[in-house]
Design a protein around this ligand. Structure first.
Ligand code: GDP
Length: 330
């Protein structure tokens, strides 16, 4: 089967071909680029939502309940669970099984034709995980899923990069796990559009709530300061002025607060759409991925073409000048 046929099948809703294409992307099979090139014009319709938080805060439970809620609202849901710390090739498959067997997960959900679930490990190459996640999201988008949920563990660098594929980022916290650690790490405040304190049946939820609200208010003051600076990133600023980051409390395993979370997710999307922010975000993302892809190819070509020179004595400055002149001229 060629790329054309696979791409065609995916956009017609063939789940088997979608799964196959995702595997191609994961394995960096040459055909994946051809498939992605073909489906690209059909992307841009899905609302991509990142769900992040430390292990055990309740991400899978929330993803499962949110999926049920979006299904009730008539939306189809694609889910990518990314675990950058999982080094095994077989890890993803095991992940799917575990989730299928999980007591909290509504099993009917995984039989629903309008729900597609896939988990991804890093397969030994950490750097590529964000790009691959972006490509998998594009596949799900072109397959017609209204909402694509990207679940990832917070908050190292690769995880943050994974979240850059999302239009809306939901940060999940819980009581009593060292509030300052949860909130401060890797600028979670900045990444998040919506904050959720899950397990609010446990003691200490109010403390976390107070803490995060306080941190957010400090953050807002900084934003107001930023508006006075002319060189500030306009799109980011606009987003910050139009959207006050909400803090919600949930008890996910009992489904409490899930409706409100779905409401906020939808509201955020509306704000992005009505103010032209979404368009700008996506334009920026397309630009960055074009640059990234071009650099990758140029780098590979340089390695091929100049291999003999790299083996000799090298003056890096002179060699770089030579390469840039020669590569850019052709
Ligand atoms: P993840 O590692 O972030 O995906 O977390 P899970 O969704 O696997 O949840 C971890 C554990 O917390 C599971 O045993 C859940 O049943 C439980 N859990 C999820 N939500 C809640 C909640 O609101 N309250 C309590 N007490 N437990 C919860």
């Amino acid at each position: 089967m060629n790329a054309e046929e696979i791409a065609e099948g995916i956009t017609r809703g063939n789940r088997r071909l979608l799964a196959k294409a995702i595997t191609y992307v994961e394995n960096e099979h040459p055909i994946s680029k051809e498939i992605l090139r073909r489906i690209y014009p059909r992307t841009g319709k899905a609302h991509v939502v990142g769900i992040t938080g430390f292990p055990g805060v309740g991400k899978s439970t929330i993803v499962s309940k949110l999926t049920e809620e979006f299904r009730k609202r008539g939306k189809s849901v694609g889910i990518v669970a990314v675990d950058p710390s999982s080094p095994f090739t077989g890890g993803a498959l095991l992940g799917d099984r575990l989730r299928l067997d999980g007591a909290d997960v509504n099993k009917n959900l995984w039989l629903d034709e309008k729900v597609f679930f896939r988990s991804m490990g890093s397969r030994g190459r950490l750097g590529g995980i964000a790009k691959k996640t972006g490509d998998v999201v594009k596949l799900l988008d072109s397959a017609g899923y209204d909402v694509v949920l990207v679940e990832t563990v917070g908050a190292g660098q690769s995880e943050v990069a994974v979240l850059e594929v999302a239009d809306t980022v939901v940060v999940i916290l819980m009581p009593e796990t060292g509030d300052d650690i949860q909130v401060n790490k890797a600028g979670i405040l900045e990444i998040g559009d919506i904050f959720v304190i899950n397990k609010s049946d446990l003691e200490g939820a109010e403390n976390v709530e107070r803490w995060i609200k306080y941190m957010l208010s400090l953050d807002e003051e900084t934003v107001m300061e930023l508006t006075k600076l002319s060189h500030a990133d306009e799109r980011k600023l606009m987003e910050r002025l139009k959207w006050k980051k909400p803090v919600l409390k949930t008890i996910a395993d009992r489904g409490i607060g899930i409706k409100e979370l779905a409401d906020e997710i939808e509201k955020h999307y509306e704000v992005l759409k009505t103010n032209g922010i979404l368009q700008e975000k996506r334009k920026e993302r397309a630009k960055l991925s074009a640059i990234e892809m071009a650099i990758e190819e140029i780098k590979a070509e340089i390695m091929r073409r100049y291999k003999p020179l790299f083996d000799g004595e090298i003056d890096p400055y002179a060699l770089a000048d030579k390469i840039v002149k020669e590569v850019l001229r052709c």
